[in-house]
Design a protein around this ligand. Structure first.
Ligand SMILES: *Cc1c(COP(=O)(O)O)cnc(C)c1O
Length: 348
């Protein structure tokens, strides 16, 4: 049986994705610009993001896990896909598939790769985030000898703020460069690209900003929204002044009001932080405030200003990431990656 059309959609703007990548590439100067497409392209659609970015000229892609990589095979010719979370024993059979390569993070992983015959790989060095990666001492020792390193990389801890660690990590990474032989060197994520050309080296690895996140002031005005949640109106009704609206009656209708009940809730990633704060937008841009608490599967909005909106119509949820983040207290990353399975995703 064919499924009925979903009452919840995520519209994804192809041209915005590509425009964001082009801006990040331009900011990367002479460095190549890759794309982090882990967590299903930050909640968008990794396969679609990969295809549209590859069409635009992007060649280097990054996912977190081998399962994420396998879901993207077969890769078009000339593309590179790196798996950031390293190489466990159980990953070995899939790690040899064409086009995908491990990012080796530990001495044990390096040994495992060498024992299996080696081949092209990436290596992560920890220059100060204290997350995945070889220590500086390990990297400057002998363990990397004999590896075929495509990209030597490190990851910035504080690039979205002006923190002394940025310069310190840049210095440490610059120290590694002449002593470790690799085809390319890579340090910057989205925010790192905004720190300037010194941080770009040979390859940048933006994620967030591709999908509409503004990592630093420098990017504001250049990054376009990519993901637009759209929900169908399931019911429209009138409430009388003084009635409670939604769970726990956190809003008492200050006047007679017209409400629309939408097919979206916190189980879809639209969290309760937006209760009485968020908004939907009518097609003409009219702001339709969230009324009361966000429920698990439903959202109530005030449509008093829109007499013509009716059951079966669609509204767009206001989801400009920087503003939505300030409003909700959730990070732009959480706002994107939390968007759930029930959205029907479509590129336009
Ligand atoms: C996620 C990730 C990126 C992308 O970071 P953004 O802040 O989303 O631009 C780059 N490099 C590594 C190693 C990552 O884990």
């Amino acid at each position: 049986m064919n499924l009925p059309a979903s009452p919840l959609r995520l519209r994804l703007d192809k041209s915005a994705l590509v425009a964001n990548w082009r801006w990040l590439k331009q900011q990367s100067g002479s460095a190549a610009c890759g794309a982090a497409i882990k967590a299903d392209g930050y909640g968008t659609d990794a396969a679609g993001a990969l295809q549209y970015l590859a069409d635009a000229g992007c060649r280097d892609f990054f996912v977190a896990t081998w399962a994420e990589a396998l879901a993207l095979l077969p890769l078009a010719k000339g593309l590179s896909l790196s798996v950031l979370h390293g190489l466990r024993e159980e990953d070995m059979p899939v790690a040899r598939q064409a086009g995908i390569k491990p990012v080796l993070n530990t001495v044990q992983q390096i040994q495992r790769w060498k024992d299996a015959g080696g081949g092209p790989c990436d290596v992560m060095v920890d220059t100060g985030i204290n997350r995945l990666g070889l220590s500086m001492d390990e990297a400057l020792g002998q363990v990397l000898d004999g590896l075929q390193i495509r990209t030597l990389m490190s990851h910035l801890a504080c690039a979205d703020t002006d923190h002394p660690l940025n310069m310190l990590q840049l210095d440490r990474f610059s120290r590694l460069r002449p002593t470790i032989s690799a085809e390319r060197y890579s340090l910057a994520n989205s925010a790192g690209i905004c720190l300037g050309r010194d941080y770009a080296f040979d390859l940048t690895r933006p994620g967030l900003a591709l999908y509409g996140g503004v990592p630093r002031d420098e990017a504001r005005g250049h990054i376009r929204q990519v993901a637009f949640p759209e929900a169908e109106i399931l019911q429209r009704k009138t409430v009388r002044a003084g009635e409670g609206i939604g769970y726990n009656a956190t809003l008492m209708a200050p006047r007679d009001m017209e409400l629309a009940i939408l097919n979206i809730g916190y189980a879809d990633g639209y969290l309760r932080n937006f209760s009485n704060k968020g908004a939907a937008l009518a097609t003409d841009g009219t702001v339709l405030p969230v009324a009361g608490r966000v429920s698990m599967d439903l959202l109530i909005i005030d449509v008093s200003m829109q007499p013509e909106l009716k059951e079966g119509d669609w509204v767009t949820i206001d989801y400009v990431l920087e503003q939505a983040s300030a409003l909700s207290g959730l990070s732009q990353y959480e706002l994107l990656t939390g968007l759930g399975e029930r959205f029907e995703r479509y590129w336009q």
